[in-house]
Design a protein around this ligand. Structure first.
Ligand SMILES: Cc1ncc(COP(=O)(O)O)c(C=O)c1O
Length: 485
């Protein structure tokens, strides 16, 4: 367990750069001039902007300190369920920043972008292999954007058949973005409850599936971290009524090399490259949510498509049934490059092993913490496990208190109060990149916190105590994100 709780946080006071600056300090040295001097234009000699005078060390320390008040996957375990905050190998960042890629202008013609187009073309093929689907678009810039694009494809399919439908089935274990994406596309989401095992039953779907329902949108593995075991039977039922099956494949980190969604009845799915394929999730950075479809939906994919012809790569617009363009330029190419580098460096065997380890780690945590925390669905899980605060209710300690206290132990809290089907949910996703030692520390920290809940609950109510920013009014912080002071 991490030592000396209460003193581990970095409590450093750091002034603004303007307060730090001292007239005459300098942080650069220019090389000796080797050309004739030339007088500057008048406009460039006017009073400069109000920048502080700083030395190099002033600036380096300032930003290093600020970075230490933050928490990232490079700092420690970040078991944020649903987000797959795994450590991504730095080599993939390096490949993506090669100057030929990072310096390429998105308006370059295809003839001058052959390298990038080749990588996009091959990445599509790798993703098709991993998912068991036939055709891919890399354009969407996020998971939810991929969902919307997938919904547009389903909409276009029904439109072409001449009978638009009005509803989409969305289970209670779907990711929150699913009903929103369906509604944005004009469909009415029809909620369906998961069964006592936390998964969908064929009977529940049979009750709501009809000929006015465009299809079903299933997050698989679902937000309880459970695999939808009845997927094929549900797909058969939906197909028999003319509907399509959408899979939110953002959790594919749990099934690579083990399940191909295209083989169990899925017609359309999106992946989150920024979860599984070497781009960290969150922080407002660029994402990528490729959409994968079976052959019968290929003609509806967004344009332009990357096509290979005699060893040359082209961007082709001529797909009259396409839903159109969904992203500026080619989408998030930097994220695609990292995914390509990750897939190539791992190879099929190691991608499968990554998923196996992700599942093993989650099950290990589930088994070791289930006596300590309430486990609502006591069965093998996939990449994440979901507990609740039910056992702590008598001590008037809630999920939020335990999550905040974990920060004092040096861990990023898990996802809390999601999924909604579990009251006071604590959703832990360790990912494959955490070692047994790190996971054991996390488990011991959680056990210590649960003991504190019994013996000194106020320690939890007041947590975190050793972080730069203490317990915040969450509502105000969300509406007014100024955390200073
Ligand atoms: C299962 C699932 N679906 C969809 C999304 C949405 O992805 P994004 O945040 O990129 O829009 C997420 C995000 O974590 C997710 O976990």
């Amino acid at each position: 367990m991490k030592e000396s709780v209460g003193t581990t946080g970095l409590i450093l006071n750091e002034p603004l750069l303007w307060e730090k600056g001292k007239k005459g300090r300098c942080g650069f040295s220019l090389p000796r001039r080797d050309v004739e001097s030339f007088p500057l234009d008048q406009e460039l000699t006017a009073e400069g902007p109000d920048f502080p005078d700083l030395s190099e060390v002033d600036v380096v320390r300032h930003y290093t300190r600020l970075s230490q008040w933050n928490f990232g996957v490079d700092t420690g375990m970040y078991p944020l369920g649903s987000c797959t905050m795994k450590y991504s190998p730095k080599t993939n960042e390096k490949q993506a920043s090669l100057s030929g890629f990072s310096g390429a202008h998105p308006l370059l013609p295809a003839s001058l972008s052959q390298g990038a187009l080749k990588i996009m073309f091959e990445l599509e093929q790798y993703l098709a292999e991993i998912t068991g689907m036939d055709a891919i678009t890399l354009q969407p810039a996020a998971g939810a954007h991929g969902e919307l694009t997938g919904m547009l494809v389903i909409y276009a399919f029904h439109k072409k058949k001449g009978a638009q439908r009005s509803k989409i089935i969305v289970p209670d274990t779907a990711h929150g973005t699913n009903p929103a994406s369906a509604a944005l596309c004009g469909y009415r989401p029809v909620p369906v409850r998961s069964n006592e095992q936390g998964i969908l039953s064929v009977e529940a779907i049979a009750e709501v599936m009809d000929e006015d329902t465009a299809g079903i949108m299933v997050t698989n593995p679902n937000t309880l971290g459970l695999f939808e075991e009845n997927s094929q039977a549900i797909a058969d039922l939906v197909h028999a009524k003319g509907g399509l099956v959408y899979c939110d494949g953002a959790n594919v980190n749990a099934v690579m090399g083990m399940v191909k969604m295209g083989n169990i009845g899925v017609d359309v799915m999106q992946l989150n490259l920024h979860k599984t394929f070497s781009t960290p999730h969150g922080g407002g950075g660029p994402g990528s949510g490729p959409v994968c479809v079976k052959k019968h939906l290929e003609s509806f994919l967004p344009v332009p498509r990357v096509v290979e012809e005699n060893g040359r790569y082209l961007l082709v617009e001529n797909y009259p049934e396409s839903v159109g363009k969904v992203s500026a330029f080619h989408g998030s190419v930097g994220v695609m490059l990292k995914a390509y580098s990750y897939i190539r460096s791992m190879g099929p065997k190691n991608l499968k092993r990554a998923s196996q380890l992700a599942v093993l780690n989650a099950n290990y945590i589930k088994e070791r913490l289930k006596g300590t925390l309430h486990l609502p669905y006591d069965r093998p899980c996939m990449h994440e496990c979901v507990f609740s605060d039910k056992h702590q209710a008598t001590q008037k300690v809630a999920t939020l208190d335990m999550a905040k206290r974990l920060m004092d132990y040096g861990f990023h809290p898990p996802t809390v109060y999601f999924p909604l089907v579990v009251h006071g949910a604590i959703m832990v996703e360790p990912t494959e990149t955490e070692s047994k030692e790190e996971i054991d520390q996390f488990i011991e920290a959680f056990k210590a916190i649960v003991n504190e809940a019994k013996e000194a609950p106020d320690l939890l109510h007041d947590a975190p105590k050793s972080c730069k920013v203490r317990r915040l009014d969450e509502t105000t912080a969300a509406r007014k994100p100024c955390l200073a002071g």
